[in-house]
Design a protein around this ligand. Structure first.
Ligand SMILES: [Zn+2]
Length: 204
C-alpha cells in the first residue's frame, strides 16, 4: 500500500497488527477515526493506554480485574468453596452470562498444548493446587473446551487434584456443546454447568 502520509501509514500499521485485521480494514478504521472529533479519538487512545497500564489480575483467581482481588472473589454472596476452572477471561464472562453459577473461578491462562510448547508450568496450575491445599474447597468444576488441549489439561489437572479427595466434576460436553467454551450459547452452557458430572463418570 502506498500511503500519502507517514502518520497514516503508522496508524494503519498498528491496526493491522491486530488479529483478523488486514491492511484494508485497518485503513478503513483509521480513516473512520480521522473523521471523529479530536476529543473522541483521545478517549479511544486513552482507553487502550489505561487498559494496558492499569489492568490487574486477581491474585486469587487470575481473572482480569481493576483491583488486586476481583469483584467475584470479593463478593460475599459467592460460594467460595466451589471453584470453576476455565481457560481465560472470556470463559469467565461466558459462564457469568448464563446466570447459573454462583461459585468462584480459577483462570488457567491457557491450555496445555505440547504442539505450541505450552506446558503445565506456563499456566496457573500450581496456584490452583496451592489454593485447594490452603483453603476449604468442596468441589472443583473443570469447564474447559472440548478440544484435544482441553482434554489433556483436564486429565493433567485431575491427576494433580485427585489426592485432595475433593469432588472433581466436568461440564457436560455433548454434541450441542462442541468446540470453544466462549462460543457455546448461554442456555446450553448454563445447562451443562447445572448438570455437571463427576470426572470419572465422564470418562466412561
Ligand atoms: Zn478473583
Amino acid at each position: 500500500m502506498n500511503f500519502s502520509s507517514k502518520l497514516l501509514e503508522d496508524a494503519v500499521g498498528e491496526f493491522a497488527k491486530l488479529p483478523g485485521v488486514g491492511q484494508k480494514t485497518a485503513l478503513r478504521l483509521v480513516l473512520h477515526l480521522l473523521n471523529k472529533e479530536q476529543e473522541e479519538v483521545e478517549h479511544f487512545g486513552n482507553a487502550i493506554v489505561r487498559l494496558r497500564k492499569e489492568i490487574k489480575h486477581c491474585t486469587i483467581c487470575h481473572n482480569i480485574s481493576d483491583h488486586n482481588i476481583c469483584e467475584i472473589c470479593s463478593a460475599s454472596k459467592r460460594e467460595k468453596e466451589i471453584i470453576c476452572v476455565v481457560e481465560d477471561t472470556r470463559d469467565v464472562m461466558a459462564v457469568e452470562n448464563t446466570g447459573q453459577y454462583f461459585g468462584v473461578y480459577h483462570v488457567l491462562g491457557g491450555l496445555i498444548s505440547p504442539m505450541d510448547g505450552i506446558g503445565p508450568s506456563d499456566l496457573f496450575i500450581d496456584s490452583l493446587v496451592q489454593r485447594v491445599a490452603t483453603t476449604p474447597v468442596k468441589e472443583i468444576i473443570l469447564a474447559l473446551s472440548a478440544t484435544m488441549e482441553g482434554d489433556t489439561t483436564i486429565f493433567y489437572l485431575y491427576k494433580r487434584l485427585k489426592d485432595f479427595q475433593i469432588p472433581v466434576t466436568t461440564i457436560a460436553r455433548g454434541i450441542a456443546f462442541g468446540g470453544e467454551l466462549e462460543y457455546a450459547d448461554e442456555i446450553t452452557l448454563g445447562r451443562s454447568i447445572v448438570t455437571r458430572v463427576p470426572y470419572e463418570t465422564a470418562m466412561r
